[in-house]
Ligand binder design. Structure first.
Ligand code: UFG
Length: 339
């Protein structure tokens, strides 16, 4: 069975390709290589022993999307990762984010609605909840005003899919709202490859520990949390990837109860920034150089998931804990060149 993975050479995309192949699916990857490299493809092949079909394609070209679906009529499901994901960059360049994340989604859906049946998994984010009023955050929590154009593209994306599903019952879709995916495949052949200075905590920690960055800045220690630093739900990327496979299977088996469903994908455990640092120091045996600086604008204080819906309905739950995830990220970092 042939599954299309857009953005399949990115961080979560590449791990999902591995899980799909391990589950017996034939995978077609499209990626424009704007934030990924062909070496990832080699990593995937060396893990699974199977080369996925790869096409370098930019979803911003509506014609290219049309041509792609015309020549791949046997695709049974689409997992749509291709998108830009840097919150800060989206504030500086909102139109790029609306073009990359919204236009491309529309072009893909336009082709899917022409098919007899189509199964569609969308990469959403806990960012849609903003600062939720209570923890853990369940799927029924209100969607708050987006904190950034990036966050807005995820909210708009879900709305676009929901509206489209209302009029195209042949479109079956699930949006997965990820909390904070981190880590790497246990083989250390694929992992997170941030371009330039990392914006996210884990790659910043591992790059500091390897000597590529001088010092980690902890953004604020005066939040109303147990140690004053922000709380997040860090989930192993392999667990995140597996959630896509079970969500896809739900659609392929027609087990979904409506043609637009959403699920939180997290561990249900919140960890502070200082706890993450301590865990890193424990698993790596390295003392991390960090200092406390001002809060980062736009950070929510606390976000962790109520995962009971995914546990019950998808039969999915995170298998790895924070130590496993951080150790895998560190093992991956050690395979990368320092500069
Ligand atoms: N942090 C630091 N120092 C750093 C980087 C991060 O202290 O150098 C802190 C942040 O302030 C935050 C925590 O580490 O408290 C996690 O920050 P990340 O940037 O790793 O993750 P975010 O929770 O801010 O962002 C993630 C995704 C976004 C998504 C968002 C939804 O990266 O794509 O979750 O909440 F929108």
């Amino acid at each position: 069975m042939k599954i299309l993975v857009t953005g399949g050479l990115g961080f979560i995309g590449s791990h999902t390709v591995v899980q799909l192949q391990n589950s017996g699916y034939q995978v077609v990857i499209i990626d424009n290589l704007s934030n990924a490299s062909l070496e990832v493809l080699e990593g995937i092949v060396s893990i699974t022993g199977q080369p996925p079909i790869f096409e370098k394609l930019d979803l911003k070209s509506k014609v290219a999307v049309q041509t792609f679906f015309k020549t791949h009529q046997d695709i049974q499901g689409v997992i749509h990762f291709a998108a830009s994901k840097a919150v800060g960059e989206s504030v500086v360049n909102p139109l790029m984010y609306y073009e990359n994340n919204v236009n491309t989604l529309v072009y893909v859906l336009q082709e899917l609605t022409k098919l007899k049946v189509s199964n569609f998994i969308f990469s959403s984010s806990c960012t849609v909840y903003g600062q939720a009023d209570s923890m853990p955050i369940s799927e029924t929590a209100p969607i708050k005003e987006a904190q950034s154009p990036y966050g807005n593209t995820k909210q708009i994306g879900e709305e676009i899919i929901k509206d489209t599903c209302q009029v195209y019952p042949n479109l079956q879709s699930i949006a997965l709202r990820y909390f904070n995916p981190i880590g790497a495949h246990k083989s250390a052949k694929i992992g997170e490859l941030p371009i330039g200075v990392p914006q996210n905590l884990i790659p910043y920690i591992t790059q500091t520990a390897i000597g590529k960055r001088d010092q980690l800045s902890v953004f604020g220690n005066d939040y109303p949390t147990k140690d004053g630093t922000c709380v997040r739900d860090y989930i192993h990327v392999v667990d995140t990837a597996k959630a896509h496979v079970v969500a896809l299977q739900r659609l392929l088996n027609n087990e979904n109860q409506s043609n637009f469903e959403v699920f939180n994908i997290g561990t249900g455990q919140g960890s502070t920034v200082l706890e993450v640092i301590k865990t890193f120091e424990k698993v790596s045996n390295i003392k991390l150089n960090y200092n406390i600086v001002d809060r980062r604008p736009g950070d929510v204080v606390t976000a962790y998931a109520d995962t009971s819906k995914a546990n019950k309905i998808l039969g999915w739950q995170a298998e790895y804990d924070l130590e496993d995830a951080i150790l895998s990220a560190w093992n991956w970092q050690k395979t990368l060149k320092k500069d």
